[in-house]
Design a protein around this ligand. Structure first.
Ligand code: SF4
Length: 469
C-alpha cells in the first residue's frame, strides 16, 4: 500500500486554498485510507474534508472547506494505492510473454484487476474475481467492465488460459450480468485452438448463457518474433475469412433473437481475410472502437467530414475523477492511462505547410489510409508504411510502431517534407522502445489518431470524398 502522492494541484481549487502541495502524501481523507482512485473519488466528493498529510516526514492535518461534489483539485500519482491484482493465467497467446527484453518494467505487468477494467477498459478473465469484488462492483456501480471470454467451453477456456479456474470463472460473468452490470466481451482467436467449431460453440454459448452481453469483439492473436509457443501461429487468409464468416453468420442469429448483432470481428480480420470492411452502420454505435473494431470505418467518416466528432477514447471515469497523471517513474506500475503525446509534441509543425506530406503509419494502417488518400487525388500527399521489425512477427498495427523503426524509414525520406505521425504509438510522449519523436532523424508533426485530425492537417475541404459506406 502506498499513500496517494500529490503530483499536481489545480490553482484556485479547494486543495490549493487549503495549502495542499505537490509531493504531499495523503494518508487519510476524513479518517479513511483510500485503496484506489475510486475510493479517493468517493471520499473526496464529500463537503469539508479533513486530510491527514505526510509532508517531508512530518504528519500534518489540513482542513479543506469545499462543497459536496466540488472537485478537490488534486492529481495523485497512481490509480491504485494498493497492489494491482496480477494475472495468474499463462495464456499461450499472451503478448506480454512475447515482448523483447529491456522495455520499461510496467509493460511486463500482467494485470487481471476488475478496477483497471472499469478505469481503462483492460480485459479481465475473472479467474481472480471474488464475492467481495462482485459486491464492490455492484455497490459502487463499476460498469461497464471488459471480460475476456475466448471460449465458453470450460475445458477449452481452461486450456487457453492454462489455469483450471478458467473453466469456472465465467460464473462471475453470469453474476455481473444478473446484477445489471454492462459487460463487453472479447475472444482472442488462435487458429487451430478456438476457431472453427469452437468459435461456433462460443457464439452459441454467448447466446445461450450470456445474452445480455453488450458486445463481443473477436480479434486475432498477436505474434511477435519473440513468440516461443509452438502452437501459436498466424492465421492463413482462409482461416481469417472463416472467422469473418462465422461472426457474420452469428450476427444474423443474434439479430433474429436479440435484435442486435452482439459479435463483431476486429478490423484486422478484414485485412487478414482481404475483405472490405462492413458498412459503418453495421457496427451499431462502435461500442468496441478502442479495441480495433470499426476503426477503419470511423476514420473514413471523419476524414470525409461525415462524422461531427472524432471517435476517440470514450469519456468515462476520468472525465470526473480528480484528474490523471503520467507514468510514475518511482513505481513499477503505469498508474493512469496518460496522454499519448505531450502538448509540445502535438503543436509541432516545423517544415513549411506547403511542403509535400508523408503520412507515417504501420503496414496495416497503410492499407486503411492509403485508399482514402488516393480518393483525395492529392499528388502532394503520400503514405509511408513502416514495417515493425522491433516486434516482428505479425505485428502490423500502428499502436505498436516504435522510434527505432520510424527512424530507419525516415532516414531514407527527403528533408523538408511534412511528416505526420499518429499519436497512438506514443504514451506520455514516448514510443514503446523508450525513444521520443524528438529523437527521429526528421521533424514530425504528431496528430491525434483520427480522421478529423488528418483532415485538418491536410487542409481537406468537406466534403472532399464521396462514397463513404
Ligand atoms: S490473461 Fe492476459 S495478461 Fe494474463 S496471461 Fe493471459 S493474455 Fe497474458
Amino acid at each position: 500500500m502506498s499513500a496517494p502522492r500529490v503530483v499536481a494541484v489545480a490553482p484556485g481549487s479547494p486543495a490549493a486554498r487549503a495549502g495542499l502541495a505537490v509531493g504531499d502524501e495523503v494518508l487519510a481523507i476524513d479518517g479513511q485510507t483510500p485503496r484506489d482512485i475510486l475510493e479517493w473519488r468517493s471520499l473526496a466528493d464529500e463537503p469539508d474534508l479533513g486530510l491527514d498529510v505526510r509532508r517531508g516526514g512530518l504528519e500534518i492535518a489540513l482542513e479543506v472547506p469545499k462543497r459536496a461534489g466540488e472537485p478537490l483539485g488534486v492529481e495523485v500519482h497512481s490509480a491504485l494505492f494498493d497492489q494491482v491484482r496480477t494475472c495468474d493465467n499463462h495464456c499461450e497467446f499472451c503478448f506480454i510473454y512475447q515482448l523483447p527484453p529491456g522495455l520499461r518494467s510496467s509493460l511486463y505487468q500482467k494485470d487481471d484487476d476488475y478496477r483497471l477494467s472499469f478505469l481503462y477498459g483492460n480485459f479481465t478473465t475473472l479467474t481472480r474475481f471474488t464475492e467481495a469484488d462482485l459486491e464492490r462492483v455492484i455497490t459502487e456501480g463499476l460498469s461497464p467492465l471488459n471480460v475476456s471470454i475466448h471460449a465458453t467451453d470450460p475445458d477449452v477456456r481452461a486450456e487457453m488460459l492454462r489455469n483450471r479456474r478458467g473453466a469456472t470463472s465465467l460464473r462471475w460473468l453470469r453474476a455481473l450480468l444478473d446484477h445489471g452490470v454492462t459487460v463487453h466481451g472479447q475472444v482472442v482467436v488462435c487458429p487451430g485452438i478456438n476457431d472453427g467449431a469452437v468459435l461456433d460453440d462460443t457464439m452459441a454459448g454467448v447466446l445461450d448463457r450470456f445474452p445480455e452481453l453488450a458486445s463481443l469483439c473477436v480479434v486475432p492473436l498477436g505474434l511477435s518474433r519473440y513468440n516461443t509457443e509452438p502452437r501459436m501461429r498466424p492465421h492463413t487468409t482462409a482461416e481469417a475469412a472463416a472467422v469473418v464468416d462465422c461472426v457474420e453468420d452469428w450476427q444474423d442469429v443474434f439479430r433474429a433473437v436479440l435484435d442486435r448483432r452482439v459479435a463483431f470481428a476486429g478490423d484486422e480480420y478484414y485485412l487478414l481475410a482481404e475483405r472490405p470492411f462492413p458498412a459503418a452502420d453495421s457496427y451499431e454505435g462502435f461500442a468496441m472502437h478502442e479495441d480495433g473494431v470499426g476503426m477503419a470505418r470511423t476514420f473514413e467518416l471523419e476524414l470525409l467530414g461525415a462524422k461531427p466528432h472524432a471517435t476517440g477514447t470514450e469519456a468515462g471515469f476520468f472525465a470526473w475523477a480528480d484528474a490523471s497523471a503520467p507514468e510514475d517513474p518511482d513505481t513499477d506500475f503505469e498508474p493512469y492511462r496518460g496522454a499519448r503525446a505531450t502538448p509540445d509534441q502535438l503543436l509541432q509543425v516545423r517544415p513549411s505547410r506547403k511542403a509535400p506530406v508523408g503520412i507515417l503509419t504501420s503496414t496495416y494502417g497503410a492499407r486503411v489510409v492509403g485508399p482514402l488518400i488516393e480518393r483525395l487525388d492529392r499528388s502532394d500527399v503520400r503514405v509511408i508504411p513502416v514495417d515493425n521489425r522491433f516486434f516482428g512477427g505479425t505485428t502490423s498495427v500502428t499502436g505498436l510502431l516504435v522510434g527505432e523503426d520510424l527512424a530507419r524509414v525516415l532516414a531514407g525520406e527527403p528533408e523538408g517534407h511534412r511528416y505526420l505521425l499518429p499519436d497512438v504509438c506514443l504514451s506520455n510522449g514516448r514510443f514503446l522502445d523508450g525513444t521520443a519523436p524528438e529523437d527521429l532523424p526528421r521533424p514530425v508533426e504528431v496528430l491525434s489518431t483520427d480522421g478529423h485530425a488528418l483532415r485538418t492537417a491536410l487542409g481537406v475541404p468537406a466534403p472532399a470524398l464521396t462514397g463513404a459506406r
